[in-house]
Design a protein around this ligand. Sequence first.
Ligand code: 2HA
Ligand code: ZN
Length: 275
Amino acid sequence: MGVLDVEIVKGYIRMCTDGWLQGWHERNGGNLTYRMKDEEVAACRPFFNAVPGPWVQMGVQAENLAGEYFITTGSGKYFRNVELDPEHSIGIVEINAAGDSWRIVWGLAGGAKPTSEFPSHFMNHSVRKAATGGANRVIYHCHATNVIALTYILPLTDRDFSRALWQSATECPVVFPEGVGVCPWMVPGGAGIAMATSEKMKHYQAAIWAQHGLFVSGPDFDTAFGLAHTIEKSAEIYVKVLSMGGGLIRQTITDDDLRAIARDFGVVLNEDFLD
Ligand code: 2HA
Ligand code: ZN
């Protein structure tokens, strides 16, 4: 028995492999963090390192994450390798009582560190934990190809992206009725992109990083991966539609159609994005 036999760790590794197979994780692209439940920490604790690593300050702070444990991908590590070599590719970190530092308790072997986007993930875990009454546990960043492509042609507004995605796949208004947030191009890995994204994630389950990728949240791996998959699929359809028709769209899902979907599926659509 070891950490790798614990169900939640197996589920985490499966999601990394699923993302790799989608083509969203070239080289070291993308990152995944999971906020562990107490019973999951208890199941892994017997296999933690005898001596934890040193505390490392993050440059961001969140009181509501003090004492939490996260599974995280490693900085510079490749999703392609997670399943083959988990000990070097992923790890478990503990957050200190001040909510401003991490230390490695398992994995990230050979001197690896948590993902370069850990500050972004951490701030967004804090915001989503608060916004969902503690239900949110997953933050996932991927380089979803068609989402990125759209950031070169659509105006970088929440409204433009939310409408385009809702109109390009009928299940979208049901899956993300609040819409999606859009962040302008920013330098990856810093406190700036962490803050900008966490402002968006107060209102949305997902944010798009212009010319970079997609950032999603969810209570579990199925829901978070499903959200990324749904958004990227819809973006792919919109890219194909624009490419085929030279920009001409003969018909689409109308705003009243969107309202009808919301009514029948019992979701509240963000009316700010409807005409
Ligand atoms: O982990 O995707 O945004 C590499 C990245 C940074
Ligand atoms: Zn990235």
